[in-house]
Design a protein around this ligand. Structure first.
Ligand SMILES: CC(C)(COP(=O)(O)OP(=O)(O)OC[C@H]1O[C@@H](n2cnc3c(N)ncnc32)[C@H](O)[C@@H]1OP(=O)(O)O)[C@@H](O)C(=O)NCCC(=O)NCCS
Length: 434
């Protein structure tokens, strides 16, 4: 113990022993390992923190994405999401996330070229995708096929080589739409469509999804733009569940295909990627504007939940929701309006003025309008998370690349508080059942 504690420190007294400790505060955090010095006796383990779900634990230093949930701010590499959605495109944003800076013209052209020319997958990938059951969930197919790419690129294990990492990053960003589109076609019993390298990233994805017998499938540019914006909005969200899964699995120094496959698995879960589908179900259940007041009363009574509202991090309007609302208008201009939109708009209006929601800082989140847009594209709900995964891929990879170069990182291995039995005496089955 020091007599005069440094200003950037925390002084704690262990009331079990009366001993005082100074623990350094850096970046508004204390290092959990510093708590390890607080112990009852030399033989006993030091003090640890208990934090299921990491609600108040920083697991890394990261320069990829900044979020201020109280103010409703989201920035990728320092650039506000609003500006990126309005003025950039998904591949440029992917470059920014991966490289940490915007590309020059030459860098951008080379990046787009590389991604475009890696969209094809080995024919055997197609063959094993055909082996899935006719009704396989596309997210399960995506998770399995992206993981399987590790067997096609065994050199991907060489994660300490920068050029090698770059190659796998390009491959994965390029091939995710191909795998996602084929997973979609599979459930429909339609032939898989090969990439069309004349098309841009998002236009090519739409072609692989919807092309039938026409020579060339060219989607309405307004739809291409709207989907591109949705990809941008989903491209990263700092240490969310799936990114944490990618980092955790990646910390074993496995290849990035295996790590991203774990991220897809995490995103598959309803607490992560599935809320927009729940919004659609809710809007359909409400059915018409007249039923909204009764529904809101049900929410206030605790019998209902207003899906697409509220967020663990955002206690303000989710900045992505504002942009999505605008994209929804653009999409409906092409596809014709969805009657559920009127219900959503009215619901939002009423909720934003209602004291229950205002007091609890419940605002629309990214999922409130995204399901409506996806439905307008004629995606079945099972595809919603696949679209999310394609958008999130550059973020997962940027975070993975940051992880493997971070000297502070170790294999992810949390502690536990053991609650089971100890030192029981084992009796062989023959004697127990004798
Ligand atoms: C996202 C979500 C899980 C965040 O939960 P959280 O940070 O743990 O917030 P809490 O559950 O502690 O909610 C705080 C209060 O607001 C209420 N609340 C939160 N979200 C609500 C919603 N969507 N509808 C009605 N009430 C809600 C809670 O009941 C709680 O009220 P109380 O203080 O009277 O008990 C939650 O807001 C939710 O379930 N939203 C709907 C699902 C959704 O849209 N998910 C997508 C997120 S991107």
């Amino acid at each position: 113990m020091t007599d005069v504690a440094a200003k950037d420190s925390l002084t704690v007294t262990d009331n079990r022993t009366g001993q005082q400790y100074d623990i350094a505060i850096t970046d508004n955090t204390i290092a959990a390992k510093d708590l390890g010095q607080i112990r009852l006796t030399d033989e006993e383990p030091g003090l640890a923190t208990y934090d299921p779900g990491f609600v108040n634990t920083a697991s890394c230093r990261s320069a990829v994405t900044f979020i201020d949930g109280d103010k409703g701010i989201l920035e990728y590499r320092g650039y506000p999401i609003e500006q990126l959605a309005e003025k950039s495109n998904f591949l440029e944003v992917a470059y920014l996330l991966i490289h940490g800076a915007l590309p020059s013209k030459e860098e951008y052209d080379a990046w787009v070229h590389e991604i475009t020319y890696h969209t094809f997958v080995h024919e055997n990938v197609k063959n094993f995708m055909h082996g899935f059951r006719y009704d396989a969930h596309p997210m399960g197919m995506l998770m399995a096929s992206v993981g399987a790419l590790s067997t096609f690129y065994p050199d991907a294990r060489n994660i300490s080589d920068a050029d090698n990492r770059h190659m796998q990053i390009v491959r994965m960003i390029a091939k995710m739409p191909t795998l996602g589109a084929w997973s979609f076609r599979h459930a429909q019993g339609k032939p898989y469509i090969y990439p069309d390298n004349d098309l841009g990233y998002t236009a090519n994805f739409l072609s692989m999804l919807f092309k039938m017998s026409e020579q060339k499938f060219e989607a309405d540019p307004r739809l291409v733009k709207a989907l591109d914006v949705l990809f941008i909005l989903h491209a990263d969200h700092e240490q969310n569940c799936s990114t944490n899964a990618v980092r955790s699995v990646g910390s074993s120094q496995v290849d990035p295909y295996s790590a991203v496959s774990a991220g897809v698995g995490a995103l598959f879960g309803p607490l992560h990627g599935g809320a927009n589908e729940a919004v659609l179900r809710m809007l359909k259940r409400i059915g018409s504007k007249e039923n909204i007041p009764a529904f809101i009363d049900g929410v206030k009574d605790g019998n209902e939940r207003l899906m697409g509202f509220g967020h663990r991090v955002y206690k303000n309007y989710d900045p992505r929701a504002k942009i999505i609302k605008k994209s929804a208008e653009d999409v409906f201009e092409v596809t014709g309006t969805n009657p559920l939109l009127d219900i959503a708009l009215e619901l939002e209006k009423i909720a934003l003025e209602d004291e229950y929601f205002v007091k609890r800082k419940l605002y629309p989140n990214v999922d409130f309008y995204s399901g409506l847009i996806y439905e307008a594209f004629q995606f079945p709900p099972e595809m919603f998370t696949v679209l999310f995964a394609i958008g999130r891929t550059p973020g997962w990879l940027a975070q993975w690349a940051e992880l493997v170069q971070d000297k502070d990182q170790k294999i992810a291995r949390p502690k536990q508080i053991y609650t089971g039995d100890r030192q029981l005496t084992f009796t062989a089955a023959s004697e127990r059942w004798g």
